[in-house]
Design a protein around this ligand. Structure first.
Ligand code: NAD
Ligand code: ZN
Ligand code: ZN
Length: 389
């Protein structure tokens, strides 16, 4: 079959690879109808995530039709249409039982390595690093889904791929980011990053009743998309984020702050970003945590920092004293996708959310290598790419 494979930094290829096979009784094989490129894929593309190997199949946002089912799988049958969450979950361990799906204790087949690197393992993830199991991803014609009787979400008849595809990752990710803020009617919620995750976080914060939502980025088309849902916007190339957020909140700072940027914060706006880039280049720091620093500084005391943005390893110069003395709460994590999918599917069906607005590019899988560059460089107004195998 054809698939997009990682061959090193900035090197994604449209390769021919072996077709996946059923390996365990609970597996299923899915024939892809649509898949997408996520901001998290860019961290692999840009070579900042450790644990990738040449030939790894990329992709963790995908959906399609079940074409083969293992003998022990009682949930799926051939012909079912499913969206597959990016987190692989056994459904039986203590964490799965508690709904902490992204930290399933059994689905990471490289548990030993993860135990050493993170202290304790987290869930297996599709198309991601070998630290999370090194499972082949969904930017491919077919995929093997382990524990396929747990996470996959069946798609009701009549719903388009585009309307449900993002249930596997960025929609629940934006939603969880907002839920973790414990939003009150009096809250100002500031969101760094107007990429797909920031866009969904903004809409979630509004649906969850925030008084005001402020989205921060530097790309005009992304800021316009955020404005369209009623958010205020700050262009950090043109004005001081801290001054503007204080101005908007009577000098007190936003109660809730969401980092939808992660480890590759833009370099250039402030001195600390040059410092991070220099340290990252010589591997003395794995991530560029400018947004974390800015959030800790500007957040109102006793506020909440919600961090869906992905970090890979070590960050530097985080003002922990400021965080502690201000009594801030930090909530983060890979998304517990299945915690939110039933509710979000219902909201899509009721028309409360239409996730298709975020799609700017639909191309063939073969165009994937080019589309990684277009998405990374934010060329042609690119915000979200859907690929059709
Ligand atoms: P994206 O790359 O499209 O968007 C990131 C945006 O941040 C860009 O628009 C960029 O201009 C902006 N930005 C860069 N530096 C900034 C700064 N200093 N201040 C404000 N904005 C800045 O990515 P995305 O798909 O929206 O994903 C965003 C983050 O969420 C990534 O780190 C991704 O890995 C992560 N993510 C996490 C999960 C999860 O489960 N926690 C799931 C999906 C994505
Ligand atoms: Zn993702
Ligand atoms: Zn589990």
């Amino acid at each position: 079959m054809k698939a997009l494979c990682w061959h090193g930094k900035h090197d994604i290829r449209y390769d021919t690879v072996p077709d996946p096979q059923i390996e365990e009784p609970r597996d299923a094989i899915i024939k892809m109808s649509s898949c997408a490129i996520c901001g998290s894929d860019l961290h692999l593309f840009d070579g900042f995530m450790p644990g990738m190997e040449a030939g790894d199949v990329m992709g963790h946002e995908f959906m399609g039709e079940v074409v083969e089912v293992g003998s022990g799988n009682k949930k799926l049958k051939v012909g079912d249409r499913v969206v597959v969450p990016f987190t692989i979950c056994c459904g039986e361990c203590e964490q799965c039982q508690r709904g902490n799906w992204s930290v399933c204790e059994r689905s990471n087949r490289n548990k030993d390595i993860a135990d050493k690197v993170f202290g304790h393992t987290t869930a297996g993830l599709f198309g991601y690093t070998h630290l999370t199991g090194g499972y082949a991803g969904g930017q491919a014609e077919y995929i093997r889904v382990p524990y396929a009787d747990v996470a996959p979400v069946k798609v009701p008849d009549g719903m388009s791929d585009e309307s449900v595809l993002f249930l596997g990752d960025i929609l629940p990710t934006g939603w969880q980011a907002a839920v973790q803020c414990d939003i009150q009617r009096t809250d100002t919620v500031a969101i760094w990053g107007a990429g797909p995750v920031g866009q969904f976080a903004a809409r979630a914060a509004i649906l969850l009743g925030a008084k005001e939502v402020v989205v921060i980025d530097r790309l005009p088309d992304r800021l316009s998309m955020a404005k369209a849902c009623g958010a205020l916007t700050i262009n950090f190339d043109q004005e001081s984020v801290v001054e503007r957020l204080n101005e908007l909140t009577g000098g007190k700072g936003p109660e809730k702050c969401i980092d939808a940027v992660g480890m590759e914060s833009h370099v250039g706006s402030t001195v600390d970003t040059f410092y991070d880039r220099a340290k990252q280049a010589v591997m003395a720091e794995s991530d560029r945590p400018h947004v974390l620093r800015e959030m800790i500084y500007v957040c109102r005391p006793a506020g909440v920092l919600s961090v869906p943005g992905v970090y890979g390893g070590l960050v530097d110069k985080i003002p922990f004293g400021m965080l502690m003395n201000k009594g801030l709460t930090v909530r983060t994590g890979q998304t517990h996708v299945n915690r939110w999918t039933d509710d979000l599917m219902r909201r899509i069906q009721q028309g409360q959310i239409d996730p298709t607005f975020v799609i700017t590019h639909t191309e063939s899988l073969a165009d994937g290598p080019e589309m990684y560059k277009t998405f990374r460089d934010k060329k042609e107004g690119c915000i979200k790419v859907v690929l059709k195998p």
